[in-house]
Design a protein around this ligand. Structure first.
Ligand code: PMP
Length: 431
């Protein structure tokens, strides 16, 4: 494969955009460097780069793309938005329609508010929880990434951990000390933290199913116990469903697991690929938000018609019969293919998969927490990433991320991917 144009564009990008990228996880720093491939077109399950190479895409733009690229129903909605003006700064009927759709999908949301990113959504749930409880501290779980607001960049996973900066420069110590971090899936550690700090904690914030140190499900009963202890301490439970909502099931992880939080943060899929975030929860808590209450949150672009129409169209596609079953079937096929190939070439791997999302870890262990994810073989992943890219498969350049299958992927795409995996493993085995 030839990447000449990508290299030229990335060289220029380095002169103008910090690090050549608009989000650090897009750089290839975590996989040993090199110019990231520059894409210029998406169509269904495929991305095409500026050199004309075609890739089967499993990055899914880090989660939002579940219908495949340029899905016609979403494209039509975005065209309609463009033709009727993309921003008014007034209420629109689309916001109401979309809020109703989201509430129907996730009944723990009595009231919602649209924002522009997952970062804003989580940041605001924390503010609202603090306003409601009159407390300051937040408890989060090691390795869970919740966007880049100050409070949640403490022991965050995803981007920061790949770059070896668990805490970001510029986050004041005075803020970091308001955040308690405990390992995920360890109820004893959680109980200890609640015993120690319970009365000071405004909220316990978690990804109900982790997406940021790979796909990691909670142990049976774990989240139920977390919820019980959180409420006994007088704190609120916040689910960050920015990745999980509409990914595994239409009703989100909370529907899948049967555990409901007090507040939920949403993002990614609900915009159908356009910028969006949303948060919501119990009426009495949400009524703390301005203009009804004293907790301030606002946004010039919030609820913009383009994101609303694109999001409505995306959810309409996901309401079709059999969507999640299809993702599950393709996921199972891919998982089996990767494991068979690993066995054939004696590559140490383990896979965490839920429906159409999976993480391939280079370790023999089953990964259940961040510590284990951190200890998987990053060097082997980096070599695998570069090999499979050359075989036309686009993954996230990080050992912590998921492969996201979309409804545009076909059995043939999965079979083609398995061949590329086999070839890549063969090369790893012989190098
Ligand atoms: N929460 C989770 C669970 C996420 O995975 C992300 C982004 N990867 C965010 C919040 C932040 O969302 P955004 O990038 O849209 O600000």
């Amino acid at each position: 494969m030839n990447f000449a144009q990508s290299e030229i564009i990335q060289k220029e990008a380095m002169d103008h955009i910090v690090g050549g990228v608009n989000s650090p996880s897009r750089s290839y720093k975590a996989v040993g460097g090199g110019a990231p491939v520059v894409m210029e077109k998406g169509d269904g399950a495929y991305l095409y780069d500026v050199d004309g190479n075609r890739y089967i895409d499993y990055l899914g733009a880090y989660g939002p793309i579940i219908t495949g690229h340029a899905h016609p129903h979403i494209t039509d909605a975005i065209k309609k938005a463009a033709e009727t003006g993309v921003l008014y700064g007034t209420p629109t009927p689309h916001e109401v329609k979309f809020a109703k759709m989201i509430k129907e999908a996730i009944p723990s949301l009595d009231k919602v508010r649209f924002v522009n990113s997952g970062t804003e959504a989580v940041m605001t749930t924390i503010r609202v929880a603090r306003a409601y409880t009159g407390r300051d501290k937040i408890l989060k779980f090691a390795g869970c990434y919740h966007g880049h607001s100050d409070l949640v960049l403490v022991a965050a996973g995803s981007g920061p951990s790949q770059l070896g900066m668990p805490d970001s420069a510029g986050v004041p110590q005075s803020i970091a000390k308001e955040v308690i971090t405990v390992p995920y899936n360890d109820i004893e550690a959680f109980r200890d933290a609640i015993e120690k700090w319970g009365p000071e904690i405004a909220a316990v914030l978690t990804e109900p199913i982790v997406g940021n140190f790979g796909i990691v499900e909670p142990f049976p009963g774990y989240l139920e116990e977390v919820k019980k202890l959180t409420h006994e301490a007088g704190a609120l439970l916040i689910f960050d469903e920015v990745i999980t909502a509409f990914r595994f099931m239409y009703g989100g992880a909370q529907d899948l697991l049967g555990v409901t939080p007090d507040l939920t943060a949403l993002g990614k899929i609900i915009g159908g690929g356009l910028p969006i975030g949303a948060y919501g929860g119990k009426k009495e808590i949400m009524e703390k938000v301005a203009p009804l209450g004293p907790a301030y949150q606002a946004g010039t672009m919030a609820g913009n018609p383009a994101s609303m129409l694109s999001g409505i169209a995306c959810l309409e596609v996901l309401q079709e019969e059999g969507v999640y079953e299809q993702l599950d079937q393709l996921g199972a096929l891919l998982e089996k293919g990767i494991l068979d190939a690993a066995n054939k070439y004696n590559i140490p791997v383990s896979i965490n998969r839920l429906k159409g999302a999976l993480t391939l870890y280079f370790t023999k262990e089953k990964v259940i927490n961040y510590n284990q994810a951190e200890n998987t073989d990053g060097e082997l992943f980096a070599r695998f990433f570069k090999q499979i890219l050359h075989h036309g498969i686009n993954l996230a350049p990080s050992k912590y991320e998921a492969w996201f299958i979309t409804i545009a992927h076909t059995k043939q795409d999965i079979e083609e991917t398995i061949i590329a995996v086999e070839r890549s493993f063969e090369q790893l085995a012989h190098s």
